[in-house]
Write a protein that binds this ligand. Structure first.
Ligand SMILES: [Zn+2]
Length: 309
């Protein structure tokens, strides 16, 4: 985007800003639809939430649309996934937004990974030099509902800080979200319980927290390393491991090419399941609860179709 265009866009934004608003609203921008969904649960009608990455996009590699700069320019709060998930696209947009409120370290910048349970934390020095896009632990942590609860708490705390007048409102909504989440968790766990320890292969390391919560056993990945496309030798290793351990399911995030998974499935008699790791990944996964409803239903259908149990 040219500097001139940016200036024009910011001038337009300033005009809108000057118009009297119907009610006090915090402008919240969420890096993903998962965070947007939880923020909406907590903020209700006191906030306006705009997600950036769509659930059907790979959150590591999102196209930095110019409109994002304008959206960020007007934000009171930016919620990021963190753990370097968005490092490939978000930091320059935050800088270009020229919005002091949402710079890292400010009150308007929230990274809920700081209080979430993070798996696969690296030991020793890790760099991105080898192409691994998970240098600070597994960033797909929202896929454990317990982390959804922690994210909700972090959002409640920060909204209450930014908008103290509505603190009781946010606290009440967070408590309600927590109650509904506990109920849903019991249902999902009961549905998955018969398949504890079931061995699967996944394309990317998206499911560490999900299997931690629901008990599947991931024995391999189509990617040799997070963010590194399949190689013939690694694919052969995966096929051999699947044959040796009789693995019949390959879980693939909606944004990956199905060519390699399909070829592995052909050679192993396994089934490929496209499973959304994010809200918005498929139309049915339209909020944080429906994401788990959808994934659990897709998994159960696939497990039954393979006749594994
Ligand atoms: Zn990842």
């Amino acid at each position: 985007m040219t500097r001139r265009l940016l200036v024009v866009m910011l001038a337009i934004a300033a005009q809108f800003e000057a118009a009297p608003s119907a009610r006090a609203e915090l402008n919240v921008v969420a890096a993903t639809q998962d965070l947007a969904s939880i923020a909406q649960e907590i903020g209700g009608d006191k906030i306006k939430v705009t997600p950036m990455a769509k659930g059907y996009q790979d959150p590591h590699f999102v196209e930095a649309k110019p409109s994002f700069v304008l959206t960020l320019n007007r934000a009171d709060l930016l919620i990021v996934v963190g753990r370097d998930l968005e490092i490939g696209w978000l930091p320059p947009l935050i800088t270009q937004s020229r919005n002091a409120k949402i710079q890292p370290g400010s009150k308007g910048y929230l990274d809920p990974s700081q209080t979430a349970k993070i798996l696969e934390l690296p030991t020793g020095t890790v760099t991105r030099a080898m192409g691994d896009v998970h240098p600070l632990g597994n960033p797909h942590y929202w896929l454990d509902p317990e982390n959804g609860r922690r994210i909700a708490q972090a959002i409640k705390d920060r909204l209450s800080e930014l908008d103290a007048a509505n603190a009781a409102y946010y606290a009440q909504r967070e408590a309600d979200f927590g109650r509904r989440l506990t109920e849903a968790q019991q249902r999902w766990k009961a549905q998955m319980a018969p398949y504890k320890g079931l061995k699967v292969v996944t394309y990317h390391r998206s499911w560490a927290n999900f299997v931690d919560a629901f008990g599947l056993d991931v024995i391999g990945y189509v990617e040799p390393k997070p963010g590194i496309p399949p190689t013939p030798q690694h694919t052969l290793d995966v096929i051999n491991a699947m044959k040796a351990q009789n693995v019949k399911l390959i879980l693939v995030e909606p944004y990956f090419d199905l060519k390699t998974p399909n070829s592995i499935a052909e050679k192993t008699g396994a089934r490929v399941v496209v499973l959304p790791p994010s809200v918005g990944g498929v139309p049915a996964a339209s909020d944080y609860f429906k994401l788990f409803d959808t994934d659990v239903a897709l998994l159960l259908d696939a497990i039954k179709a393979t006749g594994t149990k």
